[in-house]
Design a protein around this ligand. Structure first.
Ligand code: FPP
Length: 243
């Protein structure tokens, strides 16, 4: 029986989070420098964001730079930082005009002031949008996020704004970078690696995972649609077992 497109959208994931992996291998396979792969990967971000409204995805979170990525060569790190700056400058108008609200999560302390300025202004320019909420994880690590959250929480306890007995599963997430976002329903990792790599550790406790072989620069909207469909099917099957 053909599936009802509306039911399909409603049963699909509302929040999709993506570990965009495989840029380096994609470039190496073409005999090009790793940064060539990152640039190709950045173009994919746009395609995926554009596909979200049609797939019923309201929240998209992408892992752009981890707290561990500083260990890469100086050339690659500088190239990535330059790419982020250029991406924000180039995409701000399109994102703002197309109803995308952009937020950044992660620790800003190690980022350069020009990049922070651009991040702030992109968040400000898009703050009234509500079609798709795009969150970019930049200098983000799940453990680092929990540590920073705990530090803020401890300060509130020390200064009398919070009682230790009030700390529970509802309180702690209010201190996380993601405090205004729902937890991800589906986490996708590209490039054949089956690891979480410190991404949204607290938030993905109940998420479904898809580890796929496609390298990030080859990822398409069609593949995202297939994974969203899969998500719905898995949910429905689970329902069938319960009946
Ligand atoms: C992982 O591939 C990818 C990254 C560390 C960077 C992700 C960045 C982008 C996709 C570009 C820009 C994003 C935005 C939001 C503008 P890898 O280098 O680990 O690949 P490998 O595993 O093949 O070496």
């Amino acid at each position: 029986m053909p599936k009802d497109p509306q039911t399909e959208l409603e049963s699909g994931p509302r929040h999709v989070a993506i570990i965009m992996d495989g840029n380096g291998r994609w470039a190496q396979a073409r005999g090009r420098p790793r940064l060539f792969g990152h640039h190709a990967g950045a173009r994919r971000v746009r395609e995926v964001v554009e596909a979200c409204p049609g797939l019923g995805i309201k929240y998209l979170t992408v892992f752009a730079f981890s707290t561990e990525n500083w260990k890469r060569t100086q050339v690659e790190v500088a190239g990535l930082m330059n790419l982020f700056r250029r991406y924000i400058i180039k995409e701000t108008r399109t994102l703002a005009d197309n109803g995308i609200r952009v937020r950044f999560i992660g620790d800003r302390v190690r980022l350069d002031s020009k990049l922070i300025e651009l991040m702030d202004s992109l968040e400000e320019e898009t703050k009234n949008n509500d079609l798709v909420h795009l969150t970019v994880a930049l200098n983000y690590g799940g453990r680092d996020e929990v540590a920073r959250a705990t530090k803020r929480l401890a300060r509130d306890v020390a200064e009398g704004r919070l009682k230790p007995e009030e700390v529970d599963e509802e309180t702690l997430p209010k201190y996380l970078d993601t405090r205004v976002l729902p937890d991800p329903d589906l986490v996708i990792r590209t490039s054949g690696e089956a690891r979480i790599s410190n991404f949204l550790l607290w938030q993905s406790a109940y998420s479904e995972y898809e580890f796929i072989d496609t390298l990030w620069p080859d990822f398409t909207a069609a593949e995202l649609a297939r994974l969203c469909q899969n998500y719905g099917t898995r949910d429905r099957r689970f329902g069938a077992v319960l009946v």
